[in-house]
Write a protein of this length. Structure first.
Length: 218
């Protein structure tokens, strides 16, 4: 709109100059003379004493570009046949089945991976438990063997002392006979006291029996 008004003002200036020139050559212009100026038509009216009057007619936008193509109506939509609709439905169903199969495949792979991880964790746990049990059994067997070897060595040393007839051997025999035991029972009693952590008590008792045996022998 602003461009149209500015163009109108420019044309009016040109028209004033043109009117002045025409008045110099033609004292009485022809009535109803129409001048074409681009997108305007200027119609000269009766001349008055105060000046010249004109009628300006602006052309419509459609008249400004007669060569411009007429806006055509949108093309009519082609009627879709029943067969085409059926094909589209089948294609959509096929896409849906494909997507569903992909989702199911991904879920199956994820479950399989979780199952493998769980199986591996259980296997590692079982292996750890088995190794711990084997290690514990080995330690128990080793401790048992060491204990039995220690007891066997202790029995053998005591038997040697008894056979040698030393004072210790007679003392243990006297300690056992004072309680109504034989030499073997006295030896077993000594071993029992040693295993129970009463070595000091057993030694004191042995010394006491040894002294009693000496007094009886004297």
């Amino acid at each position: 709109m602003a461009s149209t008004v500015s163009a109108y003002k420019e044309k009016m200036k040109e028209l004033s100059v043109l009117s002045l020139i025409c008045s110099c050559f033609y004292s009485q212009p022809h009535p109803n003379t129409i001048y074409q100026y681009g997108d305007m038509e200027v119609k000269q009216l009766d001349k008055r004493a105060s000046g010249q009057s004109f009628e300006v007619i602006l052309k419509s936008p459609s008249d400004l570009s007669p060569e411009s193509p007429v806006l055509s109506s949108p093309p009519k939509r082609k009627d879709t046949s029943l067969e085409e609709l059926q094909k589209r439905l089948e294609a959509a169903e096929e896409r849906r089945k494909t997507q569903e199969a992909q989702v199911l495949k991904q879920l199956a792979e994820r479950r399989e991976h979780e199952r493998e991880v769980l199986h591996k964790a259980l296997e590692e746990n079982n292996n750890f438990s088995r190794l711990a049990e084997e290690k514990l059994n080995y330690k128990m067997e080793l401790s048992k063997e060491i204990r039995e070897a220690h007891l066997a060595a202790l029995r053998e040393r005591l038997r040697e002392k008894v056979r040698a007839g030393t004072g210790w051997g007679r003392g243990w025999e006297g300690w056992g006979s004072g309680r109504g035991w034989g030499p073997q029972e006295g030896l077993s009693g000594l071993l029992t006291g040693h295993l129970c952590g009463a070595r000091t008590h057993a030694c004191n008792s042995g010394l006491l029996g040894h002294s009693r045996y000496r007094r009886n022998a004297g």
